[in-house]
Design a protein around this ligand. Sequence first.
Ligand code: NI
Length: 169
Amino acid sequence: MIYPIVKYGDSVLEKPSATVTVFDDELKKLIEDMFESMYAAHGVGLAAPQIGIAKRIAVIDCSFKEDPAAKMVIINPEIIKKEGRQTHSEGCLSLPDFRENVTRAMKCKIRAQDVNGKWFEADGEELLARAMQHETDHLNGKLFISHVSALKRDLIRRKIKKLQKTGQW
Ligand code: NI
């Protein structure tokens, strides 16, 4: 099932999501649906609050279907180590058509649970590190625009308000 993507303005995107405690078939189905929804929206990462589900689950595929081994599910994730810096243009499915330069760690280590509840650690660098940090932020109720200057953020907010008024958001 393909879920519609929740856009900026919905409070679900700005609240910390709840810890996942049940690892059952329902969760596996939700994760399948999250990958499907992410691909349909042409994204390389998707967090559950972006489909209106306030649970600490995110999916990532920086290869966008090219490499099955690149598919990553992170449940209750935590960034446990950060190293270096990278600045790149970043976007988010919940803020379509807005991109800004965001500085993040170049490398990071994540600790998370898999679909069966098993804890694992994974290292990421460059785009994968960026995705890990971006998606973990989502689960803490934080959007990429919180990493840009207040001036730029206000400009984006104002543009979105205009779009909302004319029903284009
Ligand atoms: Ni996002």
